[in-house]
Design a protein. Structure first.
Length: 240
């Protein structure tokens, strides 16, 4: 056998293991990149769930605030307990457990769970906000990178509930910061019902003047047909 042929066979035999190592390395890199992609997708899913949960908490809280504000007009408590009613209008005072329950439900709908009952949903009183922390229900999965089988995506998000309305200054002065006033304006507005400021069924509640993002609302407890909705009274946004 010619020496040249033998040399070629020997070179080919030496190159083959190197070829196998190179292919194995490329395959490992491909699997590693795939694992990184899996982890990124899991992380993005966790962030989506966290954002949805935080917004759900804020929107539920906004609904509760709106109910409290409008119920106060219907039952007259906006006059008898003005300080509490003003707190609701300013975005404070509604119960927060229902908001966190809504956050938990939306997190589950997006394949995640709140991280613990104590820290998974944390309300803050002013400005009213809800910070949520979630973990994906599914792990990243098996890959060439150790520990991904038991690794779950985690993310945080925070929503803020902001009041959009302010009381008319004259109306606010009448109530005072503690819900007390001299009552003169109410007596004057009640002249239509009689000399003692009473109508047929007793004292007539005074209308409430609000300005919501530049729009004026006159809320008359005796004629509550046209009322602002939750989006008129409060804004909900994610805090970044």
């Amino acid at each position: 056998m010619p020496a040249t042929t033998m040399r070629r066979r020997r070179d080919a035999g030496q190159a083959f293991p190197l070829y196998i190592v190179a292919v194995g390395g490329l395959l490992f890199l491909a699997l590693a990149f795939f694992a990184v992609g899996q982890a990124a997708a899991t992380r993005n899913g966790a962030q989506t769930a966290a954002d949805a949960a935080a917004l759900a908490a804020g929107q539920k809280y906004r609904d509760l605030l709106t109910k409290g504000v409008l119920d106060g007009l219907r039952d007259g408590s906006y006059e008898t307990n003005r300080a509490v009613w003003k707190d609701l209008l300013n975005g404070r005072g509604a119960p927060s457990p229902a908001a966190c329950e809504s956050a938990s439900w939306f997190a589950e709908r997006n394949g995640a769970d709140l991280l613990g009952s104590a820290s998974g949903c944390t309300p803050d009183s002013w400005p009213t906000s809800f910070a949520v922390r979630v973990s994906t229900q599914k792990s990243v999965g098996n890959s060439v990178i150790p520990m991904t089988r038991s690794a779950h995506g985690k993310a945080e998000a925070k929503s803020v509930v902001e009041p959009r309305c302010t009381l008319d200054p004259a109306e606010d002065d009448t109530g005072g910061p503690d819900g007390k006033g001299d009552g003169k304006d109410k007596e004057d507005k009640g002249d239509e019902g009689g000399t003692d400021g009473k109508g047929k069924d007793g004292p007539r509640p005074a209308p409430v003047e609000l300005t919501c993002d530049g729009k004026r609302w006159t809320l008359d407890p005796g004629n509550l047909q046209h009322l602002p909705d939750a989006a008129d009274l409060f804004a909900v946004r994610l805090a970044h």
